[in-house]
Design a protein around this ligand. Structure first.
Ligand code: ATP
Ligand code: MG
Length: 758
């Protein structure tokens, strides 16, 4: 790095800006920018934030590994150049970066394109989500090993759309053409989206749950079945939404598109009649709720949901809406306080009771009083404690959330029943789950999702870096260990048995009077000097009250520090209804509703391992079913699955916060690349002065350039690299099977390149 050298310097909005070095001191570099606006002509930055630029910085490459200088800035510039040219996909070796175009790009997903990608090695065709799907399929066939594709990225980055393209590619190319299996797998998406997606400020079709969709194949490589696992549906949305957001799509779809008879039967009117809908916004210009009702209905039919099953589902959705309209007021006749259902709310109460098959009085009682075990007196005596208005509202909301969440579980179960899963040889699983989240206020949901991302990051490190390292050793390169930040300490902090944050939370939750402040204190006491944990940081936002020590804790995640507010952790961690409501539902005349709580919750309770294997119905006792524990268990088995499969990664990138095309916000994109490990992976390779031979052998375009570039290495390193290439080729370890012509020609070309170098 000398004076006059063309470099990238850090920039607050663009991520990096180009310029040339004008001064170098002992600890910083001064760069004069080429395009800087007035007042921003020179930038002084630390050494390690200034990166060399490519000689020709207007030329983009399909694979970042083909760049001369592999660093964050050239990576960002390459992605930027390609985005401007409508090339939204870019590789970093075998990892795909996908920038959301927020508009249709002609022909990139059409049938012809699908055909063109079939059977082609990565690097033969331009980068594409189809190429990743094809690689997964070929690896599955060749290695006889199941595969998984991990799609990650922040809200609105394009995970769900990418997932759908992968599923379409696989089912279209290798569907049986004889049965409806692949059609059913595809139809699961609109159905899941109707019940589990909602309009948010960041994405008008935001998935509020995670999913792992497996497509199973026979030994002949034909689609043979499917299976969907789902994770963490956001329950709070069922009762409360921000002003610009909405509840789950299905509510509006039914209000707008249900047939007149159904609307009449279920007393559905416009969304503004319902408390659970009118807090948020009612319409979205992009969404056509009436037409989407038809899409949901078609999906259910095609999946094989019977008429009565569909009717049952719609009735529960309508019941939840009516339940939300049950309102309360102070009970003036009760000297001990308490509440009664208001006049306005009583109509809603009877509609709810009718739909759910409950006795009106019993529902009213269960909402306005809580059954508890008396402290003194005869052991086991059950008493009724009247609830205050806000407590009754909480009980109502808890009931609505429990019913909707159980309904969602049952829909996923039903979808799985409709898609056969026989004796498959192998599967390809696609994971579509929320990325790292950091909001002004972070609660239990963010804690769970960020924990999940820690686990996925660890897996990514394992697959991309540890495996890489093993390969270095195998190739006899004797390189230094590749350094990467190990996050096991952060995972332990959260999930360790007995001492992890999840277990501390469960411990507090099982007490007769759990208290968020006690829980928070127990976390701080347990970890007074843990590198990953500290007392909450002062909020930078003026409008937010400053957090005190007892209000929460700060966790230093791999992707950044997040301050969690613990006020609602205990409540959000509990999947059990209070006993009166649970007992009521277990006796409902609506058999479908009853089954949701008897079958579903018994399973949930046993898999959660938290309190009560009786589905939360335990007379007179406080019940507790730990959501954190259930998620930890679910995630444990997901990780086990992922570890037993070959893996591909798709990193989705959101180009701007306005959700529009043609807008590349460099700094935000850079931060996403950093969070997803995309910036550090190539950097670590380049630090070691070596790019793994096999990665490049797979990429036709790279081989030649790689060898050219290898000349710049230290002679000893150069010899090692060339030796490794020969070894790889002679052993045919990394050369693809003979059947595939393109790959053989790759190897031949590579051999001749090597010959010429000799
Ligand atoms: P969330 O975490 O909120 O579920 P997500 O990552 O799943 O977000 P998507 O719902 O897949 O995001 O994408 C958001 C929107 O971006 C889509 O509704 C669509 O309008 C647009 N979009 C995503 N991918 C593409 C694409 N490949 N081509 C065109 N538009 C796209
Ligand atoms: Mg999504």
């Amino acid at each position: 790095m000398d004076d006059g050298k063309k470099v990238w310097a850090p920039h607050p909005t663009d991520g990096f800006i180009q310029g040339q070095i004008v001064d170098i001191t002992s600890d910083s570099i001064t760069v004069e920018t080429f395009t800087g606006s007035a007042g921003n002509k020179t930038i002084e930055a630390n050494y390690d934030r200034v990166y060399p630029s490519e000689d020709d910085d207007t030329k983009d490459v399909d694979d970042n590994c083909a760049l001369m200088y592999l660093n964050e800035a050239t990576l960002l510039n390459n992605v930027r150049l390609r985005y401007k040219r409508d090339q939204i996909y870019t590789y970093v070796a075998n990892i795909l970066i996908a920038v959301n175009p927020y508009r249709e790009i002609k022909n990139i997903y059409c049938v012809d394109t699908i055909r063109h990608y079939k059977g082609k090695s990565i690097g033969v065709m331009p980068p594409h989500v189809f190429a990743i799907a094809d690689k997964a399929y070929r690896d599955m066939r060749m290695l006889k090993e199941s595969q998984s594709i991990i799609v990650s990225g922040e809200v609105g980055a394009g995970k769900t759309e990418s997932t759908k393209y992968v599923l379409r590619y696989l089912t279209q190319n290798w569907g049986s053409h004889a049965g409806p299996i692949e059609e059913r797998i595809l139809q699961a998406n609109p159905l899941l989206e109707a019940f589990g997606n909602a309009k948010t400020v960041r994405n008008n079709n935001s998935s509020r749950f995670g999913k792992f969709v497996e497509i199973h194949f026979s030994s002949q490589g034909v689609v043979d079945g499917g299976y969907i696992s789902h994770y963490l549906l956001e329950k709070s949305r069922i009762c409360v939404q921000n002003r610009e957001e909405r509840n789950y799509h299905v509510f509006y779809q039914m209000c707008a598109g249900a047939p007149a008879q159904m609307k009449q039967q279920l007393r559905l009117g416009s969304p503004d009649q319902f408390h659970y809908l009118r807090q948020g916004c009612l319409r979205d210009p992009v969404l056509d709720d009436a037409a989407d009702f038809g899409v949901t209905e078609d999906a259910m039919r095609q999946l094989g949901f019977r008429d009565d099953e569909r009717r049952n589902i719609y009735a529960i959705v309508a019941g939840v809406l009516h339940l939300g309209n049950v309102s309360f007021e102070d009970d003036e006749h009760n000297s001990r306080g308490g509440s009664v259902v208001s006049n306005v709310g009583s109509n809603a109460l009877s509609l709810t009771s009718a739909i759910f098959g409950l006795e009106n009085d019993e529902l009213r009682d269960a909402l306005t009083a809580r059954v508890m075990q008396s402290k003194g007196g005869v052991k086991g005596t059950v008493i009724k404690v009247p609830l205050k208005v806000y407590e009754a509202m909480n009980a109502r909301d808890a009931l609505a959330k429990a019913i909707y969440a159980k309904l969602f579980d049952s829909i996923v179960r039903k979808i799985n029943d409709c898609i056969p899963l026989k004796s498959s040889a192998n599967y390809i699983g696609v994971l579509d789950i929320a990325g790292f989240e950091y909001f002004p206020i972070n609660s239990f949901e963010q804690f769970c999702i960020n924990y999940c991302n820690e686990k996925l990051q660890q897996f990514f490190n394992e697959r991309i870096l540890k495996d890489e390292q093993r390969l270095y050793e195998y190739e006899g390169l004797g390189l230094r260990q590749v350094n990467y930040s190990d996050n096991q300490d952060c995972i332990d902090l959260i999930e360790a048995k007995a001492v992890g944050i999840f277990d501390l939370l469960d411990e507090e939750s099982k007490l007769p009077r759990p208290d968020p402040a006690n829980f928070t204190a127990s976390v701080h006491q347990k970890y007074p000097n843990h590198f990953r944990l500290s007392v909450p940081r002062k909020s930078r936002l003026k409008e937010h009250r400053e957090l005190r020590t007892e209000d929460g804790f700060l966790v230093r995640h791999f992707a950044g520090a997040v301050c969690y507010q613990t006020a609602q952790f205990i409540e959000k961690n509990n999947d059990a209804l209070h006993a009166s409501l649970a007992m009521l539902l277990a006796e409902a005349n609506n058999a479908f509703l009853r089954a949701l709580f008897t079958e579903g919750s018994a399973k949930a309770a046993s898999s959660a391992g938290g309190g009560g294997g009786d589905g939360g119905v335990r007379k007179g006792k406080l019940t507790f079913i730990s959501i954190g524990n259930k998620f930890r268990t679910q995630l444990g088995s997901l990780m086990e699955k992922l570890r037993s499969t070959g893996t591909s990664f798709i990193r989705c990138i959101k180009p701007n916060q306005n959700m529009v095309g043609h807008k590349f916000e460099g700094a935000q994109i850079l931060s996403q690349l950093q969070c997803s490990g995309m910036a550090s992976v190539p950097a670590s390779w380049v630090r070691e002065g070596y790019r793994p031979a096999h990665q490049l052998l797979r990429s036709t375009a790279c081989t030649n350039q790689y060898l050219q570039e290898a000349r710049h290495l230290h002679p000893r390193m150069f010899c090692k690299v060339v030796k490794a290439l020969f070894k790889a080729l002679s052993k045919k370890t990394f050369s693809p099977p003979k059947r595939r012509r393109t790959s053989d020609s790759d190897s031949r070309r590579c051999s001749s390149d090597l010959e010429s170098l000799r």
